[in-house]
Design a protein around this ligand. Sequence first.
Ligand code: SF4
Length: 73
Amino acid sequence: METCEYLDSCPFYLGTIERKAVDIEKLKEEYCRKSPLRCARHMISVALGVEKIPEGLYPDEKMVAYELIAGSA
Ligand code: SF4
């Protein structure tokens, strides 16, 4: 188990982005506290920089991450 290095600064984890009708605690457990490398926000941060993360992106919205990263190639 490996927690995310962005826990203290990530708007999703801090709860400052728009809420969606999903189980936020489950996502935090699944991504932020267990597998941050699978998180869409984390992927974009590593590949393109933290400033490229769409504001309201959730960790499980990986298609957005794939498209952004592929589009930047
Ligand atoms: S949403 Fe992603 S980048 Fe943010 S704290 Fe969780 S795992 Fe890290």
